[in-house]
Write a protein that binds this ligand. Sequence first.
Ligand SMILES: Nc1ncnc2c1ncn2[C@@H]1O[C@H](COP(=O)(O)OP(=O)(O)OP(=O)(O)O)[C@@H](O)[C@H]1O
Ligand SMILES: [Mg+2]
Length: 329
Amino acid sequence: MYDIITFGSATSDIFLRLKKESYQILRKKKKLLCFPLGAKIFIDDLKIASGGGATNTAATFAKQGLRTAVCTKVGQDKRGEALIEELKKLNVETQFIKKDKKYSTAHSIILSSPPEDRTVLIYKGACHFMESSDIAWRKLKKVKWFYLAPLTGKSAQLFGPLVEFAKKNNIKIAANPGNSQLNLNRKILKPILSQIDILILNIEEASLLAKAEEEIKIIKKLSSLTKGIIVITKQKKGSIVFDGKYIYKAGIAAPHILPLEKTGAGDAYAAGFLTGFFKKNDIKYAIQLATANATSCILEIGAKKGLLAEGQWEQQLGPRVRVQIKRCK
Ligand SMILES: Nc1ncnc2c1ncn2[C@@H]1O[C@H](COP(=O)(O)OP(=O)(O)OP(=O)(O)O)[C@@H](O)[C@H]1O
Ligand SMILES: [Mg+2]
């Protein structure tokens, strides 16, 4: 019996920290990262780490002592092998990771330009082409929670079947749908969302789904789509949670500290939240653990390196996170 199985992507990430003088940020409608065409661009630092929503969140769950498995797809290559070995060392069950013959392990190249946001180049790979036949459905019945990380590309079509399977088998569902899923036809999306127990989105995704800009309107619209807990993250502005009755607002754990690399913050927050909720059924504690885990994540390069282990929370950033609770009218 597993506590949690995660579904979603598995990638190898290359982090390139750009030299300040080698690029410019242009402020048009959106901010643009610019290089001179044809130039040779020097970088300050290069690091390689594993990534992907399914493996990043599994790393938090396992480090926090939950019995965790990952369901994803890698290629038949060294990068896929290394990812599986890393997960095994973290005590994550890897038997549901399929090795694809056709596609290689997905790759991300992260152009880091602090203090500005990072830019991610994605080479689609095995995890973006997951199909129903890649999933060992019969072995997945005895699980307490499914965690659905963003399912990108072809894999987005598994969103509905995974939710349906979970409901049939009394498995709870936490989901952090990405753009591929949020852009599914509304007629397909609505019945899926209505079954989710914890819906986690960043503010841009929440606004896209709710077709609204104002926070309170977003929450009201989302609560008409799902009866579950709604979690919205807002980068350095913290997060907001709605449980159907109360709105919880929290800032960040260490406002004075500049993040080193933001990749994985969303995964660290989401997995921290579900861990806290799983262990104590207490939203305030879940927010504190989530925020502490996200902060710890962005103080390191790589989406897994800074994740908090069980018990680290007490000595770390969690208790510093103030959570305001208000009844929603
Ligand atoms: N610059 C920052 N400083 C401090 N904390 C941050 C910062 N950015 C993110 N966080 C923390 O991480 C949480 C999740 O971040 P964010 O809202 O950026 O998620 P996301 O957009 O899903 O991230 P990702 O790009 O990893 O998917 C925030 O609620 C906050 O607690
Ligand atoms: Mg995210």
